[in-house]
Write a protein that binds this ligand. Structure first.
Ligand code: SAM
Ligand code: MG
Length: 214
């Protein structure tokens, strides 16, 4: 049977990236997606904005919603300080299996906990199951109709503290109008838009950074 795109992406990593070198993993995936097959990674252009937000925050507890093949997981984890932890949620078992291998190839498995399952099921269990008090940084990049309900769920579960930063991908393309209207108008957030382009294309897209004010 024909291979899947994530399997071909993993092959490109194994062929072109150096074990233990996250930057080479990122470059191999970007090259594959620009020249062979488009894939829904945050990509190199928005990835630079993601990098600068992570570097500025230096977060110790990070949550990622939507792992896919682990591209953004590697991007974020490579910038984390020693002892920091990234929990990434993925409900597709085939994608999770690929992501585990990509993360291991980058040598980042000690920093990353890949959890298989739906965000709506796992967010309420973060405290009891992982001993998380609050997250410093949350990257939202799963299905777009879940951004708003999962944000409210994180609030209700007490996972956000004053100063927690939410960074949401694809706020223009495909777009998350209900989420944008919420974070931009709520007095509980200070929110701003970083204009960029949809991964590996020239179409406008961007990231919304929203600081929770408590
Ligand atoms: N963040 C990844 C990157 O930039 O490399 C891309 C993530 S991709 C756009 C979205 C992923 O979220 C898909 O793999 C999908 O299976 C997963 N997903 C969607 N809704 C989810 C949910 N409610 N819980 C867990 N995973 C979800
Ligand atoms: Mg995205």
């Amino acid at each position: 049977t024909k291979s899947t795109r994530p399997q071909r992406l993993l092959k490109a990593v194994q062929k072109h990236a150096t074990r233990g070198d996250p930057q080479s993993v990122i470059s191999a995936i970007d090259h594959f997606c620009r020249h062979s097959e488009w894939a829904m990674n945050v990509g190199d252009e928005k990835g630079c904005i993601l990098d600068s937000v992570v570097s500025e925050l230096n977060p110790e507890k990070v949550l990622e919603l939507g792992t896919y093949c682990g591209y953004s997981t590697v991007r974020i984890a490579r910038l984390l300080p020693p002892g920091a932890r990234l929990i990434t949620l993925e409900f597709n078992a085939d994608y999770a299996a690929i992501a585990r291998q990509v993360i291991a190839w980058a040598g980042l498995e000690d920093k990353v906990q890949l959890v298989e399952g739906a965000s709506g099921d796992w967010i309420p269990r973060m405290k009891e199951h992982f001993g998380i008090e609050t997250f410093d940084f949350v990257f939202l990049d799963h299905w777009k109709d879940r951004y708003l309900p999962d944000t409210k769920l994180m609030e209700d579960c007490g996972l956000l503290r004053k100063g927690t930063v939410l960074l949401a991908d694809n706020v223009i393309c495909p777009g998350v109008p209900d989420y944008l209207e919420y974070v931009r108008n709520s007095l509980s957030y200070k929110s701003c838009y970083f204009k960029s382009h949809l991964e590996y294309t020239k179409a406008e897209d961007g990231l919304e950074k929203s600081v929770f004010l408590g």
